[in-house]
Write a protein that binds this ligand. Sequence first.
Ligand code: NAG
Ligand code: NAG
Ligand code: NAG
Ligand code: NAG
Length: 760
Amino acid sequence: MRSLPAAVVLVTLAVSLHVEAGKCPRVCSCDAAKLAVTCVGKNLTEVPPTIDEITVKLDLRINNLQVLPRGAFVLTPYLTHLNLQRCNIIKVKEGAFRTLGRVVSLNLAYNKIDILYQEAFDGLSSLKELHLDHNRVEEIQPGAFSQLGFLNMLALTRNQLVYIPNMAFQGLHNIKWLRLSHNSLNNLAPEAFAGLFTLSRLSLDHNELQFFPTQTMTREVTHLHMSHNPITYLGEESVSMAKLTHLRLDHMSLQDLSDKALSRAPLLSHLDLSHNQLRYLEPISGPKQLATLNLTANPIYCNCYMRPLRAWAKLGGVKLLGTCAGPAHLSEEPLQVLTPLDLRCRGRGEAPKDELEENDESTTSSPPTAKPKQKVKCPVNCDCDIEVLHATCEGRGHTKVPRGFPAKLQLLDLRSNHFHFLPANSFPGSSHVLSLHLEFCKIHEIEGGAFQGMKNLFYLYLSDNDLTSLVPGTFAGAPELTYLHLEGNRLGLFPGSALAPLQNLFVLHLEKNAISKLEPAGLLSSVTPKLRELYLTNNTITSIAKGALDSAHMGILHLDSNQLKEVPTHALSQVPNLEELNLSHNSVRWVGPNAFHPMSQSLKRLYLDHMGPHFPEPVLALFKFQMSRDALAGPLTSLEVVDLQENPLMCDCPLLPLRRSVQSFTGINGLQVIATCGHPPELRGQKVRDVQVFMSCPHSSSPPNEEVFVDPRPPKVRRPKAKTPGVKAESLKAKAKPPKPTKSQRQRKPATLKVTKKTL
Ligand SMILES: *[C@@H]1O[C@H](CO)[C@@H](O)[C@H](O)[C@H]1NC(C)=O
Ligand SMILES: *[C@@H]1O[C@H](CO)[C@@H](O)[C@H](O)[C@H]1NC(C)=O
Ligand SMILES: *[C@@H]1O[C@H](CO)[C@@H](O)[C@H](O)[C@H]1NC(C)=O
Ligand SMILES: *[C@@H]1O[C@H](CO)[C@@H](O)[C@H](O)[C@H]1NC(C)=O
């Protein structure tokens, strides 16, 4: 019935002499009918040697295996499903899975694997799905996947890949979907995907690709997902993919797109260009059956230059999604309803400002599309690539900014030089530069007007310099600046006045500076009205003025690793679009029931992990907020993730009274709550979800596996005056306010609740 290589049979026979058939390892549970063995969350450091050899499904999630040695599963040759998620695996040795020729699904997600060795997956000759997402993979050695001839899906999402070498996926003769999203890819070797003749879906979104990887793309792919990469320009024939039908290029930084960019993608039917910086688009040549063209959230200027696109779309039955950004009388008007007569040019005033005025060489009769020139001029000690309009002088010991770059340059990389000081007009003739790198240049001062004339500058990297302050005119003359990196400097104040001219600023990085307070009121809304993401991680912020962080568009705010003692609710009175708030690694001691009220409709991800010894109170408050949601204006209806790890939560029966509310809380939106126990000591560090302590609590009518956590101890410090209506504060107190135990009393149970504690 089962045919196995002779050697394996010998080994397994030899071992089974010592193992009674049908035996179940002590820490596992076994289902004899399904031939399934489950040993989840047992802190196992090795695969239990007594697992019945006829087992087909082995679930070893949440253990502590660390290293998978060669032949780790030699005793269970009939496995078809193997789950090794969250096993703290650091290394998979070559030959670890040898003998597992029947496994179809292998899950290695959420481990700490950094290198995929040659032959690491040898033996898995029937494998169809391999999950390696959420690891730390930064290197794929040649031949790592060479034996996986049946693999359909490979997930390498959320790793640390920067580069994909040639032939990295050699041997995947049946691969259909390759998932490389959420890495840090900035470079793909030309033959990175060579030989993948069955690959139809490729996900490369959320990486750091600055150029479309034209040469790397294979002709078989039908669905390509490239969203969230910092690509600014697509040149002629960039996308040369004979079978492509769906292309996602949304949430990038496209400022321009050649009308022939897609001329070698004849089957393209769905093109998503939403959330880019396109002001204008010419009819797209190439695709014969384009059905939708998504231009949502681009600053499209609807004047006569958009007429050809509109006419072309109508003629070809292309559905245009998106609206005009201007002129004023057409603002917000759907592109699909415009007629040619709506699209007029009355004079200069209505034309997109830079596109008409700056174009010095050509006449202004036709709208420009950046096209590479072939003549090369380049300063000494720099390299200029005219094809991609890119120059680099990285780490070449320059003490002054070199002069004489090619005229239409778009990317200038000057990182790791020794400029110390940037005088006014440091970049003459750089009006086409979109991206300027000045990291690690020991810059301690920037004179006003240093970037004068850089009217298309979109990305500016000033990270890891020695800046202590910025004068008001620092960014004068660079009005399009959208992404600004100032992390890793020594700024003592939020550089508000310097940012004021940057009306298009969208993402601002200020991590690792020395900012200790944020003031005055209205700080953000007055200087950077369009700001969407603000990163203030790892400063020394202790106080934030009322309304200082109010911002109509802000979606992501990181205040983690600061010195906040409370949730800065008062600083965030108007943040209707805030989706992600990171408050990790602060010593927050107090969260009022209204703490998240200003963002209650929009907040999706809330990080409250590592909050120091006084934290339990906020958890209560959060639940309180949810429980009393009818009394408040709105519940946290959008919440998807709450991270509460590494807090002093007491996993014990006193939490039971809040159980029902927790259930309704978690039930709302498929909310994921991540929490670990802080007490009692024997449960410390374990996932609240996984501990069984609640099973034996009185009146526990529902199964033990849900999220239940709250420490009923009150905070040590005096609470600030709460703006909470009295009734809510009272009921909060009534439910969960026993006196705070001192350190030595920690194990004592709160007096107001009856408790049977099960000791594990
Ligand atoms: C898990 O095992 C390791 C080493 O065997 C030990 O140091 C650690 O305390 C254990 N953790 C738990 C939660 O039992
Ligand atoms: C168009 O783009 C917007 C914004 O990214 C998105 O919400 C919408 O679903 C897209 N529509 C289609 C049909 O792809
Ligand atoms: C904060 O900065 C310090 C010093 O640069 C560093 O050691 C620490 O790891 C940083 N913390 C985070 C969370 O980035
Ligand atoms: C939140 O902040 C913590 C601490 O700095 C960091 O480890 C974590 O990655 C952040 N979370 C997100 C989603 O950025």
